[in-house]
Design a protein around this ligand. Structure first.
Ligand code: TMP
Length: 203
């Protein structure tokens, strides 16, 4: 049986981590083999790249996009393609849409340039389903306050508003791939909506 590639996207604090954990448990209980992974840190190289964003001065926007593309390339070759070839369901916390949303809509790099980078990094691999957890950015950032912010979380509300709007535009452009779920709802309601979409994909 061919694998399936599912990505989960959203602004900071949207609840991706919790939802992926619940979804993976549900799928495993149904007998599926599941690979949980994440960008940029789904490989050792990617984790090393994430640490570079905390350098001062940090990478300028295009260098930042290159770094995410490098992490993505390694992730596709080392983790995603082999898992799909082995028939697993790959659940990735962020993927190519994140660079369009953050470095494109957020930082202002032309979307065409990022699409070209993504094409190189992924060789055209696209998710079968992308779950976008949509959330008011102030609500999401408030959920993070218990721990120190990473360099992206610390960017202003305007930046995160552009990211949110960007994600919604991407979803509007590809309604067959995206399912947009209201992240303000209770976690169990969000999970039920995700399971419905994933169940449709797997049928
Ligand atoms: P998180 O998904 O664990 O919150 O951390 C990843 C951070 O990196 C998050 O702030 C979003 C950011 N990011 C980008 O800016 N571009 C990308 O392509 C990816 C994968 C993540």
């Amino acid at each position: 049986m061919p694998g399936r590639f599912i990505t989960v996207e959203g602004v900071e604090g949207a609840g991706k981590t919790t939802q992926i954990r619940l979804l993976a448990g549900w799928l495993r209980a149904r007998g599926h083999r599941v690979r949980e992974t994440a960008e940029p840190d789904g490989t050792r190289l990617g984790a090393a790249i994430r640490a570079l964003f905390a350098t001062a001065p940090g990478p300028e926007p295009l260098a930042e996009a290159f770094l995410f593309a490098a992490a993505r390339r390694q992730h596709v070759v080392e983790v995603i393609r082999p898992a799909l070839a082995a028939g697993e369901i790959v659940l990735s916390d962020r993927f190519a849409d994140a660079t369009l949303a953050y470095q494109g809509y957020g930082r202002g790099i032309p979307l065409g340039a990022i699409e070209a980078l993504n094409q190189l990094a992924t060789e055209g691999l696209r998710p079968d389903l992308t779950v976008l957890l949509d959330l008011d950015v102030a609500t999401g950032l408030a959920r993070l306050e218990a721990r120190p912010l990473d360099p992206f979380e610390a960017l202003g509300l305007d930046f995160h508003e552009r990211v949110r709007k960007g994600y919604l535009e991407l979803a509007g452009r590809e309604p067959d791939r995206f399912v947009v779920i209201d992240g303000h709802r209770r976690p169990e309601e969000v999970q039920a909506a995700i399971r419905e979409a994933v169940g449709r994909l797997l049928r």
